[in-house]
Design a protein around this ligand. Sequence first.
Ligand code: GLN
Length: 300
Amino acid sequence: MEETNHVTISELLHEGCARLADNSDSARLDAEILLEHVLKKARVTFYTRGADPVVADAGKHFLQLVEQRQHGRPVAQLIGRREFWSMPLEVTTDTLIPRPETELLVERGLVRIKPQSTASVLELGTGSGAIALAIARERSAAAITATDVSEVALKVARGNARRLNIDGICWQQGSWFEPVRESCFDIILSNPPYVATTLNGCSDAAVMHEPSIALFAGPDGLDAIRAIIGRADAHLHAGGWLLLEHANDQAKVVRSLLADLEFSSIATYRDLSGQQRVTEGCWKQATAGSAIGGEGDSYD
Ligand code: GLN
């Protein structure tokens, strides 16, 4: 396709799809989302208005985005947005793109923070703010602190909070527990970096466009998890919970790291694709009524 002058929506979509066929498992969807972004029209209208002409500049912009997608840049970065917990979040190259499986961490957090609870909650490595914002949306009385070592990521998180009208989260810059030196919490949760640096290519080539600080954590991918578990005891009230996202093959070692440190009621939960994705443990004593492991895989 040489000219974008009198090109129609259908033709552009067809072209985008053909160019992405070898680069993406979801070529059609990617093309539709990119065109939706450029035209600022809902995708559903593409089916009824496929014969509508697209102005040359918009067509050109679309094909530029397609080209970047061909080079592996994630769609979320190209449009600057990703849905998480039904919230539209801004994402940039400074933040990890929230993954659907991380909603499991939110779900487990919500099990531990009862409705109307005023529990103190700490999220470590918040990135775009996805987890803290989802918890805040569901548990408005909870006192939430979210930390990140990256000031630019925190700027994105604060912006997301503002756009979603979620206030009250205390955003703090620093590495892991550094900004909350003296404080103790009822719940600590984190989706830390957990990809092994030795792993070539990770789960998806697109992750190479995301900040490596949010993905990679030493030769076995456990550096951040070890750092968090090793210092969580100083920041949890007795009976408080630590919940961590991790890779499928790290569940066993995460459980044993927790067990070594007086955590009890240790359990791992699977995400929707059946991967062991979140492990939690209770510091010192189980709170009244907390089921050991619940519906998760229990190991203590
Ligand atoms: N789940 C992400 C991936 O495999 C990694 C996220 C993380 O390290 N926290 O691409």
